[in-house]
Ligand binder design. Structure first.
Ligand code: PLP
Length: 416
């Protein structure tokens, strides 16, 4: 970093401030994580200097011999990790992976069925504000009003009526296990293809903590930076018969040159995700989330669907008479980062929201266990109860940073 510090002190200083924020605060945003040093190392390399449009062995630029080897390692490792026949590791993001699947076989105006944004789905699943909602005709399914879980009978009925070309499953804010086989069967029954977007839970799927859709649904997409704990990016997996169409949709369909420094870091991430240590990590993510959930319930918060099977909880704030928007700000003052989130039985507007989403991937990467999770639940309740008192919030923030300093992001970098 020393040459950056000399050449561009403004950016250097802001990176250091952000590092300090990450070290001292409790990150409960369910879609974030802390990558391994080795992942950071691969990303910050000269690989960024190279154009490698195309695929290994079929590039549009010379000098790609090492890039071919890197991309093949990434693809092979991803296929081995999930038992996939084919993998494309080039999508720049999870959203672009999804758009590439649509582009690979749908025409504008074709029909998609997917989980609605306010019931936990993702923008790139056909939200009107997203390109997917503008190009395709979309019918949304949600969760059952009483149980707040997916009702496969109702989804099947909707699919029979709507006759979609593609059924999308997978979510950004759904605390329960998703039955990918049920989705694949519904799709097959109505003559549709199916896509599972495991952006959030891919780290649980590859370790057997959640059922895996790979080889079950027609396509599987994921980000690499959430539970999987790699660099920011996307991937697509499918059977061989769809490989050519998927590869053409990513390049030249959606993107130009791949980010080869990120693909190298993805390869490092896939290697890490295949280790016993990572499996232990993923198990602890789920255990921690259950402890956090129990702690929140003990503090009189209602959890959407009554609990969690994965790395996140959706918290209904009704009993504390506070909106998600306010809670996000109050918790921020106490050093706890969360995001406001719509919940299925929402009384407030989608901007204010009636809930927050909390998750354990980041704190688990830092080494925190169940005991810390129960403490965090108590702090969340205390901060919200004492929200009128700036001094009480400052006091919690101090306790939070004392805990956090015991769990550095990178133990070998202790000073900032
Ligand atoms: C996060 C997420 C994405 C998008 O990821 P980006 O890399 O931010 O584009 C797609 N689908 C789901 C379900 C997600 O949670």
């Amino acid at each position: 970093m020393s040459s950056l510090a000399l050449f561009d002190p403004e950016i250097f200083d802001l990176i250091n401030k952000e590092h300090k924020r990450q070290v001292e605060g409790l990150e409960l945003i369910a879609s974030e994580n802390v990558v391994a040093r080795e992942v950071l190392e691969a990303m910050g390399t000269i690989l960024t200097n190279k154009y490698a449009e195309g695929y290994p062995g079929k590039r549009y630029y010379g000098g790609c011999e090492f890039h071919d080897k890197i991309e093949n390692l990434a693809r092979d490792r991803l296929c081995a990790l999930f038992g996939a026949e084919h993998a494309n590791v080039q999508p720049h993001s999870g959203s672009q992976a999804n758009e590439a699947v649509y582009l690979s076989f749908l025409k504008p105006g074709d029909k998609i069925m997917s989980q609605s944004l306010n019931n936990g789905g993702h923008l790139s699943h056909g939200d009107p504000a997203n390109i997917s909602g503008k190009y395709y005709d979309v019918s949304f399914y949600g969760v059952d009003f009483d149980s707040e879980v997916l009702d496969y009978g109702a989804i099947e009925e909707q699919a029979r009526k709507y006759k979609p070309d593609l059924i999308v499953c997978g979510a950004s804010a759904y605390p329960r296990e998703i039955d990918f086989k049920a989705f694949a069967e519904i799709a097959e029954d109505v003559g549709a293809r199916s896509m599972a977007d495991i952006a959030h839970i891919s780290g649980l799927c590859c370790t057997g903590l959640h059922n895996s859709p790979v080889g079950v649904t027609t396509y599987t997409t994921s980000t690499t930076h959430k539970t999987l704990r790699g660099p920011r990016g996307g991937v697509i997996m499918c059977n061989k018969e769809y490989a050519g169409a998927i590869d053409r949709a990513v390049f030249p369909g959606m993107q130009g040159g791949p980010l080869m420094h990120v693909i190298a870091a993805k390869a490092v991430c896939f290697r890490e995700a295949g280790t016993e240590e990572y499996k232990t990590y993923a198990k602890q993510v789920v255990k921690n989330c259950k402890a956090l959930a129990q702690g929140l319930e003990d503090n009189n918060f209602r959890l959407v669907s009554g609990g969690t099977d994965n790395h996140l909880c959706l918290v209904d704030l009704e009993s504390y008479h506070i909106s998600g928007q306010e809670a996000e700000v109050i918790l921020g003052k106490a050093g706890i980062t969360v995001n406001k989130n719509t919940i299925p039985r929402q009384s407030l507007s989608p901007f204010e929201t009636s809930g927050i989403r909390v998750g354990t991937p980041t704190i688990t990467s830092r080494g925190m266990k169940e005991e810390e999770c129960r403490q965090i639940a108590d702090w969340i309740a205390e901060a919200i109860q004492k929200r009128e008192s700036d001094s009480a919030l400052a006091e919690i923030k101090k306790e939070v940073s004392t805990l956090c300093l015991k769990y550095p992001l990178y133990p070998e970098i202790r000073t900032l």
